[in-house]
Design a protein around this ligand. Structure first.
Ligand SMILES: C[S@@+](CC[C@H](N)C(=O)[O-])C[C@H]1O[C@@H](n2cnc3c(N)ncnc32)[C@H](O)[C@@H]1O
Length: 293
């Protein structure tokens, strides 16, 4: 609890960056779209919750669970987590007031305001005359030996969005610079997840699909900016950990894939629907070991 207050106090100074990058408005937009599209979103939200709970089954201890990108709580099985873990730590760059209303009945659930890229503050202080600041590696909770579960919940593809929008509006940068920044933000988050020794669950959308009225996919956008999260080699996992790999049941290193009907026609456009391809890994670290073996 003390630590939670510390993080929130420390991050008060970064509130300016959060507002300058329009996160509160973005979150409010997601909430409004969810209200309009609740039925279309439900299979995706249920699937996300299922993957998180499958990950929980592999936790040998249940002291602290960390959920990154949790603000709106649509896709978080909060009740189950709160009853199984001693503490549930919800991390988001911005927590809207209404999420407080949802979690106030759980005394062991804490909301922590934190930019998991640790970048947006550097960005608003940057200057167009200089090159972009380098993306750091987050250290949040890496030193806490009581963390037994880390879940990255539909946040990975979002990490570059607001920084890039901010740059497009405020600092002319080349397309190459923007692409490189997006890649660096995504890779830094994957490397951060690699550094935990506990159970790690990763759920992320990886592709945006444009679908016409005949139900054909007419365009695809790679939300991972060319990073192949299925195959890119592990960088920071210790080599000795691979010895453990043989004893892991196969299904534990698999992933599941599904569709998120984000904006069916005419939500955004009268001719096209916009869907997302989502993947969920119940045991992301073991999957990384397997793909690098
Ligand atoms: C698509 S939403 C995830 C779904 C959300 N859990 C829900 O219930 O609808 C992405 C979330 O990631 C958060 N986010 C984006 N960039 C972030 C960052 N740099 N640090 C922490 N959270 C971030 C957003 O504020 C947002 O709440």
């Amino acid at each position: 609890m003390l630590l939670t207050n510390f993080y929130n106090w420390f991050n008060r100074n970064k509130l300016r960056a959060v507002h300058e990058l329009d996160y509160p408005q973005e979150i409010s937009g997601i909430r409004l779209r969810f209200k309009r599209r609740r039925n279309d979103w439900q299979p995706h939200l249920n699937q996300t919750k299922k993957i998180i709970l499958q990950g929980v089954e592999y936790c040998t201890q249940r002291r602290k669970a960390v959920l990154i990108g949790a603000a709106l709580l649509h896709d978080i099985p909060l009740e189950e987590l709160a009853s199984q873990f001693r503490e549930v730590l919800l991390i988001d760059v911005y927590h809207p007031f209404w999420s407080f209303l949802k979690n106030r009945r759980f005394r062991n659930v804490f909301r922590i305001n934190f930019d998991i890229t640790e970048y947006i503050d550097l960005l608003v202080k940057s200057n167009v005359e200089e090159s972009l600041p380098l993306v750091p590696l987050s250290k949040l909770y890496l030193e806490d030996p009581e963390i037994d579960l880390v879940v990255s919940v539909n946040v990975l593809s979002q990490l570059p969005c607001m920084p890039i929008r901010f740059l497009e509006k405020n600092q002319p940068r080349t397309e190459q610079e923007l692409d490189q920044l997006a890649k660096d933000l995504i890779l830094a988050h994957l490397s951060y997840l690699d550094l935990f020794s506990c159970q790690v669950v990763l759920i992320t959308d990886i592709e945006m699909q444009t679908i016409n009225v005949m139900n054909n996919v007419v365009a695809r956008k790679d939300l991972m900016y060319g990073i192949n999260i299925f195959e890119d080699k592990v960088s920071s996992l210790s080599h000795s950990a691979t010895a453990e790999f043989d004893r892991i049941p196969t299904n534990r290193t698999d992933y599941q894939e599904w569709e998120w009907r984000l904006a069916p026609c005419p939500e955004v456009n009268s001719k096209f629907s916009y869907f997302r391809k989502v993947v969920g890994f119940t045991d992301w670290k073991k999957y990384r070991l397997k793909s690098s073996a």
